[in-house]
Design a protein around this ligand. Structure first.
Ligand SMILES: Nc1ncnc2c1ncn2[C@@H]1O[C@H](COP(=O)(O)OP(=O)(O)OP(=O)(O)O)[C@@H](O)[C@H]1O
Length: 333
């Protein structure tokens, strides 16, 4: 069975704006996959390429082995999409909207009616089945977007910020519905700005920035990249930073009477730090270990990526200037 999503060297230009810049990504079948990235990273563009709303400028994109352009219907029929925007037909009762949607994907009318009811029950708004979309509350609208994505029984559920702006209770309800679907075998691709959401739900997370993949890892692997901060409170403020000689120490700072040590794993280092401090005449009166959060790792990774991009653009600029000089020299010959 091919992966749920496979993209290679995916590119998308909107005029001068490069939204996807050679993106490579594989989403295994059955996984709960998170897509994280700052605003403008290219997440929605990526989704829109998969569902055929945006034509790629280059590269390959497949859904369960169906090319998203050459075999558009095969790819599209496998996907249930809950987009960020409420692009819903507002003139019909929501049950009918769902039936139309199923019908559009080739589901016969009787079965479409059954599926519509099942989807509405699943997201908890069955009692609103005869109400028009506009008359639903904001939270119910979010539930409906999920129901609409489900009505075609998709193998791949794509959720573009499904819990944006909803209250905590609804967020937890939606998490439960989505997790159950994943447990039943549906592959889920989720974009979110709530790092906690990705951490709780996803088996694997891809961080993208400026249309490129920065990293793919499990949430645990990502937090491990961040390491620990070990803060040792001393009985007196030292004149100088005490010396801790150990290769596991990444950085050492003194903040008043607190020694702040950055290390991949603080618990392993504590006895050695205390021993060396003791040997130098300091007494540790309190010890605190803080694990870097996924949110901090995310900010760090995307900031680093932006700095590298800026540096490479600066070099490109130098190349451009050199090219321009050469061109002027040519014309003067
Ligand atoms: N239709 C369009 N025309 C021109 N530029 C666009 C269009 N759609 C997106 N872009 C640009 O492409 C880049 C990627 O946008 P995209 O919406 O895919 O990012 P995103 O990661 O989904 O952002 P957000 O988290 O804010 O939703 C941005 O620079 C955006 O301004």
């Amino acid at each position: 069975m091919p992966p749920a999503i496979r993209v290679e060297g995916l590119e998308k230009d909107y005029g001068d704006v490069r939204a996807l810049d050679g993106l490579d990504l594989t989403v295994p079948e059955g996984s709960f996959f998170g897509l994280l990235g700052p605003n403008g990273a290219g997440k929605t563009t990526f989704i829109n390429v998969l569902v055929g709303l945006v034509r790629k400028s280059g590269g390959r994109a497949e859904v369960f082995g169906h090319d998203v352009e050459d075999d558009y219907q095969g790819a599209r029929d496998a996907i249930g999409l809950a987009p960020q925007e409420f692009n819903v037909d507002r003139f019909f009762p929501i049950r009918e909207v769902l039936m139309h949607k199923a019908g559009y994907h080739g589901v016969p009318e009787d079965e479409a009616a059954e599926r519509a009811e099942r989807a509405l029950k699943r997201v908890g708004i069955y009692d609103k089945r005869d109400v028009r979309f506009d008359w639903l509350s904001g939270g119910m609208k979010r539930r409906f977007m999920l129901a609409r994505a489900l009505v075609t029984d998709p193998d791949l559920l794509i959720l573009d910020e499904p819990t944006a702006g909803v209250d905590v209770e609804l967020r937890h309800d939606l998490w439960e519905v989505i997790t159950d679907l994943n447990d039943e075998g549906t592959t889920v691709l989720l974009t979110t700005h709530y790092i906690e959401e990705a951490e709780r739900l996803c088996d694997e997370v891809a961080i993208i920035d400026s249309g490129r993949k920065v990293t793919v890892a499990t949430p645990d692997e990502l937090t491990e990249k961040g390491g620990d901060t070990l803060t040792v409170a001393l009985d007196a403020e030292p004149d100088d930073v005490p010396d801790i000689d150990d290769e596991r120490v990444e950085s050492l700072e003194l903040d008043g009477d607190e020694l702040v040590v950055r290390t991949p794993s603080a618990s392993e280092l504590v006895p050695e730090v205390v021993r060396q401090l003791d040997a130098q005449g300091y007494t540790a009166v309190d010890i605190d270990i803080e694990r870097t959060s996924l949110e901090e790792v995310f900010v760090e990774l995307t900031r680093r990526d932006e700095e590298e991009t800026r540096e490479s653009n600066d070099t490109d600029g130098e190349d451009d200037a050199a090219d321009a000089e050469r061109a002027v020299a040519e014309t003067q010959r």
